[in-house]
Design a protein around this ligand. Sequence first.
Ligand code: ADP
Ligand code: MG
Length: 332
Amino acid sequence: MVAHAAAVTPVTLPASAVEVRGLNKVYKGSGRSGPKHALKGIDLVIPRGSLFGLLGPNGAGKSTLINILAGLVNKTDGHVSIWGTDIDAHPRQARASIGVVPQELNMDPFFTPREMLELQAGLYGVPRGQRRTDELLEAVGLADKANAYARTLSGGMKRRLMVAKAMVHTPPVLVLDEPTAGVDIELRRLLWEHVRKLNRAGTTVLLTTHYLQEAEELCDTIAIINHGTVVACEPKRALLGRVDNKALSLTVDRDLTAVPDALAAFTAELAEPRQLVVRYQPSRQKVDGILAAVAAAGLSIVDLSTEESDLEDIFLQLTAGAHTEELARGAA
Ligand code: ADP
Ligand code: MG
């Protein structure tokens, strides 16, 4: 048994797992492409113990941010501290506190998972007697593949192996850049389970994703970035509560060819010949008004369900600019 890294660091735990202040990154660009301001004054605090989702469309700057934390990309300016350690003042110590699974999986096809983990442990100076190779392989469900060549592993297995690799030095902070991009739905669930388990065991997890569903299902705190700027950062519950938008789905007793005129006052659509979907703002509109309109159209309701707004709606609101801000204000 080896003590968790968090337990061997000084008694005082850091206030937060990661703190980013005024972070800027300008890629110089080369030849035809000019400079690119990928991060524009990012401020971000990742609470200790959280399962934190960094969400944003492709090109938002997620990987740039992750790679700066990992020490793989140099920042232009700003401050970053990991587990209480400033990355400029003590780069080695900062790096020892973080394990990163990069977006691009590159691994030597002729190494086995066991060899890869041993190699990585060596790189991090983990003494032989303190290595947890078997325990880690077990944890990511690869114990039976310990001695198989990496090239024989499936994409999902490789991704899990990378998670194990990022954990060899038992960092208190684990960062996963797009962990399930290109991973099929079944394996995605398996990976989520592993991530949850690590988090429950005390590891702070930061993951980036452009899958809204992933952040919604997995994370307790979510930041959204767009064009290198943080547009939201709050507990998931609070974020989900921000959109005043619900959908009422109604199954009626006969086939329709169009939305009945009686529903003209609502945002309604005919999803199927017998299914109407009506969007409404709970703060302003009551469901019984919708039901009354359906009755006025001479329809009977066979079944109904409502759907809360999800991250997708919030995401669209926050990333779509002035027009949606107006909508949000109108709803308040
Ligand atoms: P994300 O991970 O959110 O998709 P990235 O951090 O990869 O976003 O990219 C942010 C922006 O920076 C994009 O416009 C991308 O083209 C640009 N970029 C990323 N890496 C480089 C690089 N090495 N050189 C120049 N521009 C880059
Ligand atoms: Mg990326």
